[in-house]
Design a binder for this molecule. Structure first.
Ligand code: F6P
Length: 550
């Protein structure tokens, strides 16, 4: 069982709150003036990545307070419980072992007394062999053509993770393969993808932990019909449809051969599943060896998280810094800005990982929590965000802590773009922190020769208060391994936050209600009868929809 303690009632929490009160009396620029070596002291290296926390409200004293709180809340015990297979997903009575999928040690990992490593190894072998068959042309479509197109049909964790990774690792793409991801039940999504692929050369991966998710199953059945319109014979499905799921019964019902099923287990949460067979689309896109590299990167982060003292523990510090902004500085959102087009799906991925995990309002003992839990995670790649929402980051009224992520090396043919991109990355974090004082703005306006009246009019609009915190992640190269490190750091950040907040991070009951209601409404939309079973707004909208569609 995980510890249960309201963090806000602890002495350590109050010490941290008090500390932040006094720390906020200083600006970030003050902190750098007081200690010009902040970068050396507050930036950390892991694998080929530097994580710089120094542009945050953070001093050694802050870290000491974080550690005190972690000790008070027995965080070490929770971390051990995560890795050793304790059923820490208590409301679903499951272990949480995505870390086992990338564990390269020789230690047994037990669930209900059984070592799960042989099962993991078996599925990995199946993935490896299958990937090899597809790439080498041993696996051919029904007209004996090689597979050229991979279409992953899934949603949420069965889509966001593999899609984000596949996009990020485009430079590693297997020659001759093009991958697509279909998630939305809006018919445009699947139909647009089907316009780009040829049935005889397409492999559909139906990725669903439960194999009952409405959106995925609707898309899967439509893809199946489309395929059969061309192939004309159900016996050909075997070469074009594979399933990834924990639900064998439903997979067989769909008509996918058991040999074409890649299993995973209830101890892999959907939003943490890209490391499991759900990563098949990744392996098919970039090769199995690169998929293994991704896992090895996550393992580096796992070891770091499990064995590094809190003072130097990157995901721990990420979590505590973020929590402190929410609880002691009034932040309600965090922005994640990758200065890498390849990472354009990172923020949507993190939205599910963070908000589905920690968007809860009930404590572990079932009582309501009286403090904020997950804030809003949002963002877009830089530099695009600069021309959209950065105005608000620089001059808005909210405190929005930011994660800036940049990759040093690029492998496209337009090498001269990279310093331009990176100059923006460096400039933005500096500008957010230092701002632009009245004196500087005045000097600039005077230099332009403006009249005093005009200067006074413009001055307040051109001042940047600065003092906006950010964390910078500088990655040498966006390799599978480095990406694995980055993702796992965020996963562990989320776990620490859930532990400190005394909530359960691995269930997602909040998505059920909407699903139930949609299931109730669907037959009402299909029936000709007037709908009167809801509130007047919902009834009215449904009736209007029915009229409009005529
Ligand atoms: O949105 C709820 C959810 O259960 C997610 O947690 C999950 O990733 C997604 O639906 C997809 O579920 P499945 O893989 O079972 O289709």
């Amino acid at each position: 069982m995980l510890p249960r303690q309201n963090p806000t009632t602890t002495v350590a929490w109050h010490l941290l709150a008090k500390h932040y009160l006094s720390l906020r009396q200083h600006t970030l620029v003050d902190l750098f003036q007081q200690d010009p070596n902040r970068f050396d002291k507050l930036s950390y290296r892991i694998e080929k990545m530097v994580v710089d926390f120094s542009k945050n409200y953070l001093t050694q004293e802050t870290i000491d307070c974080f550690v005190k709180l972690a000790r008070t809340l027995n965080l070490n015990q929770s971390i051990e419980a995560l890795f050793n297979g304790t059923r820490i997903n208590e409301t679903e009575d499951r272990a949480v072992l995505h870390t086992a999928l990338r564990d390269l040690s020789n230690t047994k990992i037990l669930v209900d007394g059984n070592d799960i490593r042989p099962d993991i190894a078996r599925v990995k072998k199946q993935m490896k062999q299958f990937t090899h068959k597809v790439h080498s042309g041993t696996w051919l479509g029904y007209t004996k053509k090689k597979i050229k197109y991979i279409v992953n049909i899934g949603i949420g964790g069965s889509d966001l993770g593999p899609q984000m990774v596949t996009e990020a690792l485009k430079p590693f793409m297997q020659k001759g393969i093009t991958s697509y991801f279909v998630s939305n039940v809006d018919g445009y999504h699947l139909s647009q993808v089907l316009e780009h692929v040829k049935p005889a050369e397409t492999l559909f991966i139906i990725a669903s932990k439960t194999f009952t998710t409405q959106e995925t199953m609707t898309n899967a059945y439509s893809a199946r019909s489309w395929f059969l319109q061309h192939a004309h014979n159900e016996k050909h499905i075997v070469k074009h449809f594979v399933a990834i799921s924990t639900n064998k019964q439903e997979v067989v019902k769909f008509g996918i051969a058991p040999d074409n099923m890649f299993v995973f287990w209830d101890w892999v949460g959907g939003r943490f599943s890209l490391w499991s067979a759900i990563g098949l689309s990744i392996a098919l896109s970039i090769g199995y060896k690169n998929f293994e590299e991704l896992l090895s990167g996550a393992y580096v982060a796992d070891k770091h998280f499990r064995f590094t003292p809190f003072e130097h523990n990157i995901p721990f510090l990420m979590a505590m810094i973020s929590l402190s902004y929410t609880h002691f500085c009034g932040a309600t959102a965090e922005v994640v800005i990758p200065y890498s087009q390849l990472l354009h799906r990172l923020t949507p991925y993190l939205q599910q990982a963070c908000m589905e995990s920690n968007g809860k309002s009930v404590a572990r003992d079932g009582t309501p929590v009286h403090y904020p839990t997950s804030g809003v995670i949002w963002g877009e790649p830089g530099t695009n965000g600069q021309h959209a929402f950065f105005q608000m980051l620089h001059q808005g009224t909210s405190l929005i802590p930011a994660d800036f992520i940049a990759v040093v090396k690029s492998h496209n043919s337009l090498q001269h773009h990279q310093p331009i991109l990176l100059s923006n990355f460096f400039a933005q974090t500096e500008a957010l922190m230092t701002g632009k004082s009245e004196a500087v703005v005045r000097a600039e306006l005077e230099k332009q020769g403006l009249a005093e009246l005009m200067i006074q009019k413009l001055l307040p609009h051109k001042v940047f208060k600065g003092n906006h915190p950010s964390t910078s992640f500088l990655i040498e190269d966006l390799t599978p391994k480095n990406l694995g490190v980055l993702i796992a750091l965020y996963e562990h950040k989320i776990f620490v936050q859930g532990c400190v907040l005394n909530i359960f991070s691995f269930d997602q009951w909040g998505v059920e209600l909407g699903k139930q209601l949609a299931n109730k409404i669907l037959p009402e939309l299909l029936s000709a009868k007037p709908v009167r079973t809801h509130d007047s707004s919902t009834n009215g909208l449904i009736q209007t929809y029915k009229k409009m569609r005529k």
